[in-house]
Write a protein of this length. Structure first.
Length: 234
């Protein structure tokens, strides 16, 4: 029971913070082992729990007239309080809100500053800068802009057989074991690309699976659709 309470109070806030950071797109480059994951959660516990306790102590100070609760300013006090079910529920609810807000601030404002500092040091050392996302897949396929692509095998590149063209509707997340792309409007975009000879803006190669993904120029696709609409209306 003590181990469970210790996990809830001393590990879970860090885990929540790690979860929010992943959800906001700040993913690690590789999967962590259980030991590494526990260590990261323990490190994130300090800012998460400290901010939560500041909020808790502020609420306690404001409600002194109607509550007998005492502020917590030590690890021992936190450990003693963790035996109360009411405190655990309040602490977890506050931790969820506090870690969410902290991660929003970090992902939106502080993380870009961190990356600028890191890239300046890398540039000073003559090393290429990091991208805004931790993987090539995220950099290309997890943006909100629509993308029309052609998927096929590298050994059949340039041939008509074995490839498929469509607009990406869904893409796999970073840690999914396989790379999946869900395509819409296959026939429409296949015909549009061939008739207007849309240029390819970039190509993604997966050397492990032997596949490629051609990404067509979005501006040319819009112009081609506008031309077809005007031709149809006239």
């Amino acid at each position: 029971m003590d181990n469970l309470l210790g996990t809830i109070v001393f590990i879970l806030p860090g885990f929540l913070m790690y979860f929010w950071l992943q959800s906001f797109g700040i993913n690690p480059v590789v999967k962590h082992t259980p030991g590494e994951f526990t260590a990261i959660s323990a490190l994130l516990w300090l800012p998460a729990s400290f901010s939560t306790l500041l909020l808790y102590n502020g609420v306690v100070s404001l409600s002194k007239k109607i509550s007998t609760a005492e502020a917590i300013w030590s690890i021992q006090g936190l450990k003693d309080k963790s035996g109360s079910l009411t405190f655990l529920i309040v602490f977890l609810l506050m931790s969820s809100v506090v870690t969410f807000v902290l991660c929003v601030v970090w992902a939106k404002w502080l993380y870009p500053i961190q990356m600028k500092v890191i890239n300046r040091i890398r540039k000073w050392r003559g090393i290429a800068n990091f991208s805004k996302t931790p993987s090539v897949w995220d950099e290309i396929f997890t943006n909100s802009d629509p993308q029309v692509v052609e998927i096929g095998k590298i050994d059949k590149m340039g041939k008509d057989d074995g490839s498929i063209i469509g607009c990406i509707n869904k893409a796999s997340r970073t840690f999914e074991p396989e790379r999946y792309l869900n395509l819409n409007d296959i026939e429409f975009f296949t015909d549009l690309i061939k008739r207007h000879r849309i240029e390819v803006s970039q190509i993604f190669y997966d050397t492990k699976s032997g596949t490629y993904v051609k990404i067509y120029d979005s501006d040319q696709i819009k112009e081609a659709q506008i031309k077809d609409i005007k031709a149809t209306s006239s």
